[in-house]
Write a protein that binds this ligand. Structure first.
Ligand SMILES: *Cc1c(COP(=O)(O)O)cnc(C)c1O
Length: 382
């Protein structure tokens, strides 16, 4: 089976992890701060807080921005469930903004209309989470403009998008947002097995997220309530969690970051090859905007709804590990129980009914890609 995504582990990655296992620290040592510095320097953000997953990072980011009961968080229905669940962890409510039919990212026109209605009804969101689907940036200039006008905060869910660019800057520089989140799950662009990171240019938000990552406990006297009682002293000043990343994971991340540019370049080469090889087929290829350089986490194609299941099954039978990204979050039983239903977000539902993600990962060979294309040609002409 050719998988839809797969990690790339080099000999030096293995050496870095083994060296960490032989070192003094398995957790809370020098590797996590080093990984945070490597990523923040690479993308051009001032601060980074590594965590055990992007899901944890989204949770802590929402708490740091003060999300709580009575507040709303809005995101796209075409995303992984974690982009929405983070609000529910904080006791806040979730609503969705339908997608743009061309980029499949949250539609800024729908967002603006929905904000205008929400303003009249007094239920504006506290946080909007744009998701850079497949690694292609949302229209962040427009979203930042709306954030100023309607006073909401922005968390970019860039789980797909490390290594991607938007208007001459790398995604993660937080020029258009308060916080940006990366995921290091093995199918994503770079991996730490499990892992995530929150980037920000706001020192106070970074300190708050670092506190919440580790039980809400501080050893910094300047953050304590009253004076320190001695060198052994620590205080719990907030209700935090254990969302820490291990030293082995961070060492793997540092080593992987050495290859981020070659990873994204190879993903681009493969995407351009797909574009050319699929050009004469009756499918819709992913559209790219001029202001974005995608990290190409995914390459979804659209086939007619009536054919999707048969095409999907034919590809799986041919050993092609296709997938669907994503089942709209509002149609999950957990969200339906909150009142969402079929028909709420028509563009998202139409996209879901037609989408198939083709295999795309840096170690995929041209020959493997040719095999995918040949199988797809047979499947769509059947
Ligand atoms: C993978 C993913 C997440 C969650 O990442 P984890 O590191 O597995 O917690 C969140 N949002 C999106 C869009 C994702 O693709």
């Amino acid at each position: 089976m050719i998988p839809y995504g797969r990690q790339d582990i080099a000999a030096e990655d293995i050496e870095a992890v083994v060296a960490t296992l032989r070192s003094d620290f398995l957790t809370q040592g020098p590797a996590v701060p080093r990984f945070e510095r490597v990523v923040s320097d690479h993308v051009g953000a001032s601060h980074a807080v590594a965590m055990n997953s992007a899901t944890s990072a989204l949770h802590v980011a929402c708490l740091a921005l003060g999300l709580g009961p009575g507040d709303w968080l809005w995101t796209s229905p075409i995303t992984f469930v974690a982009s929405a669940n983070c609000a529910l962890y904080c006791g806040a409510r979730v609503d969705f903004v339908d997608i743009d039919p061309d980029t499949y990212n949250l539609s800024v026109e729908s967002l603006e209309r929905k904000l205008e209605t929400a303003e009249r009804e007094g239920r504006l969101p506290k946080i909007v989470v744009p998701v850079h689907l497949c690694g292609q940036s949302c229209d962040m200039t427009a979203i930042a403009h709306l954030a100023k006008r309607f006073h909401f905060r922005v968390i970019e869910d860039a789980s797909h998008a490390i290594g991607g660019k938007y208007r001459n800057g790398l995604i993660g520089n937080c020029r258009y947002s308060d916080i940006t989140i990366f995921s290091f799950h093995p199918v994503k662009i770079v991996t730490t097995a499990e892992g995530g990171m929150a980037l920000t240019n706001d020192g106070e938000l970074a300190a708050k997220m670092a506190l919440l990552r580790s039980h809400g406990i501080t050893r910094d006297p300047s953050l304590m309530d009253g004076a320190s009682e001695g060198p052994w002293y620590y205080q719990q000043t907030d209700l935090g969690f254990n969302y820490r990343m291990t030293e082995m994971q961070a060492a793997l991340g540092v080593s992987q970051m050495n290859r981020i540019e070659t990873y994204v370049a190879r993903r681009h080469d493969l995407a351009r090859r797909y574009d050319a090889l699929l050009a004469d087929m009756p499918i819709v290829r992913p559209m790219q905007t001029i202001e974005a350089y995608s990290a190409y986490h995914l390459y979804p194609v659209r086939v007619p709804e009536a054919d999707r299941r048969a095409v999907f099954e034919s590809l799986r039978e041919a050993g092609i590990g296709v997938n669907v990204h994503y089942i709209p979050v509002h149609l999950q039983p957990y969200y339906r129980a909150k009142g969402f239903e079929l028909g709420d977000y028509p563009e998202a539902e139409r996209y879901y009914a037609e989408a198939i993600s083709l295999p795309l990962f840096p170690a995929m060979s041209d020959a493997q890609q040719d095999q995918v294309v040949a199988a797809l040609r047979i499947a769509v002409s059947a």
